[in-house]
Design a protein around this ligand. Structure first.
Ligand code: ADP
Ligand code: 5GP
Length: 218
């Protein structure tokens, strides 16, 4: 029986290790579809247009935004990012699990458009370690690092509503936690809407969810 696809949304302050963890998840579960975002940011060395991001001019991004092309969009670190809506909806409906790497503002919007999504937030073990990792990555100048650290504090203040908070201290342990969040999502009754009916047989629909609260009394 085919279930609906799982939308797994992963956010983190820049430098917390999100890219590293997501790469591992995609390597272990290659069936995942990855939601390729549009951005107005310039490509970094090694990034491929259409695979890592769809790189757009500012004008093109704003035009698509006006045409409601995006499921969500946000301005992050001075650049615009957005998730194309239609490809995501189609793939989820076809039963494809989808991974989203998006910031807190965008995730909050997706919570409204993709109600059944699972939201995971990756945290650094400390702010000092976050700064160390940003510097070790050697991608950003000093001003950008300062801005990323300020944004990290702001994003972490907005992370309470996520389904899971994962501390990326020891990489293997953080990865185990992330895959556990994904595997738990595959077991949710919301993702397996017809499982109980199929086991109980025709005409024996399971009780509505609110009946569960009273079930122990009977
Ligand atoms: P993000 O995508 O969140 O910005 P990255 O995955 O690029 O973060 O990781 C930032 C830096 O920290 C990289 O150099 C990465 O190799 C390193 N890193 C990631 N996870 C860990 C960890 N658990 N311990 C030590 N270093 C890590
Ligand atoms: P980077 O430029 O380092 O690849 O990404 C910067 C931030 O933008 C990250 O926090 C990343 O999660 C976020 N981001 C990437 N794509 C999207 C998107 O489509 N929507 C939103 N809201 N954020 C995104």
């Amino acid at each position: 029986m085919r279930r609906e696809g799982i939308a797994l949304v992963v956010s983190a302050p820049s430098g917390a290790g999100k890219t590293t963890l997501i790469k591992r998840l995609l390597a272990e579960f290659p069936h995942f579809g990855y939601s390729v975002s549009c951005t107005t940011r310039k490509p970094r060395a090694g990034e491929i247009d259409g695979k890592d991001y769809i790189f757009l001019s500012h004008e093109d991004f704003q035009r698509r935004r006006a045409e409601n092309y995006f499921a969500e969009w946000a301005e992050v670190h001075g650049n615009f990012y957005g998730t194309p809506l239609q490809p995501v909806k189609t793939l989820l409906r076809e039963g494809r699990d989808m991974l989203f790497d998006i910031d807190v503002q965008g995730a909050a919007q997706l919570k409204l458009t993709l109600e059944e999504a699972t939201f995971a937030f990756i945290l650094p073990p400390s702010m000092e370690e976050l700064e160390r990792r940003l510097r070790a990555r050697d991608l950003d100048d000093e001003a950008t690092i300062e801005r990323r650290l300020a944004n990290a504090r702001r994003e972490m203040r907005q992370a309470r509503w996520y389904d899971a908070l994962l501390v990326n201290d020891e990489l293997d342990a953080a990865y185990d936690a992330l895959r556990a969040v994904y595997l738990a999502a595959t077991l949710s009754p919301k993702r397996n809407p017809r499982l109980l009916e199929s086991l109980l047989g025709p005409g024996r629909a399971p009780e509505p969810a609110h009946e569960a609260e009273n079930a122990w009394r009977n």
